[in-house]
Design a protein around this ligand. Sequence first.
Ligand SMILES: [Zn+2]
Length: 302
Amino acid sequence: MPTIALKVDVDTYIGTRDGVPALLAAFQRFGIRATFYFSLGPDNSGKAIRRIFTRKGFLAKMIRTRAPSVYGLRTLLYGTLLPAPLIGARCAEVIRRTERAGHEVGIHCWDHVKWHDFLPRMPKPAVALELGQAGSVYEQILGHRSRTVAAPGWTLSADSLELQDALKLEYSSDSRGTAPFYPVWEGRRFRTLQIPTTLPTTDELLGEKGITATTLNDHFLSLIQPGLNVLTIHAELEGKATVPLFIDLLERLTKQGARFITLGEAAAEFGGSAPHCAISMGEIEGRAGVVALQGGALPSVP
Ligand SMILES: [Zn+2]
């Protein structure tokens, strides 16, 4: 019986306001509890437009996935022609409702676009400020500290890993890989357990190798492994543009007897004897730019 940990990335104001309630309704219908990672600061989605000029393959990806129709025109202008809405302040009730419904709630970021585009060049105090601002709004909204973070665009650095250790998080989820592990970045060992995303995402699959909306879920089902699978979905996509497709996937997985858990439960159940593994930024199929990738296991040090 496969186990599926559902990780929901919430990147934008509209995704939080409209996509999250739609996902909460879907999860309630199937009795599923998931882990939601919220962006809590300004929605600067419009600024992501600069990736067109700096990132190989980004424009082709935007066109292929029909980004304007997925995100809506306003979202594509936030932080440029339109002021950037502060997501945590505007959507506090949605975030509280998510936790009240029994889901786990973690921190995605303060400013998604800034983290995704600039993390490697940010000085350590700036990285600390991004996490600190998100942490303080999180605590204002939910009355307790977050146990987990998940980096925007699976983008991390030695500084972000060091800050996770300093925050004494129970686990984090900002990489792609096969099974829970402790990250080793350029030879430096870190103490915060990583729960990597093991499956590709909808936006990576659609349009690749002839995969269409009709065949997407067959493809997802063919990728499910025995043991732990971690699926990242986006409130902007599975909670809005592709809701019916996602509900069909949940129906088919439920019929096959899949068990759904939160990432916190995955950490408790599968993290016990996690190895140390190398972690580095690299390319994956279907995604423009680089993401953090789990590498081979390294010998344990006493
Ligand atoms: Zn994100």
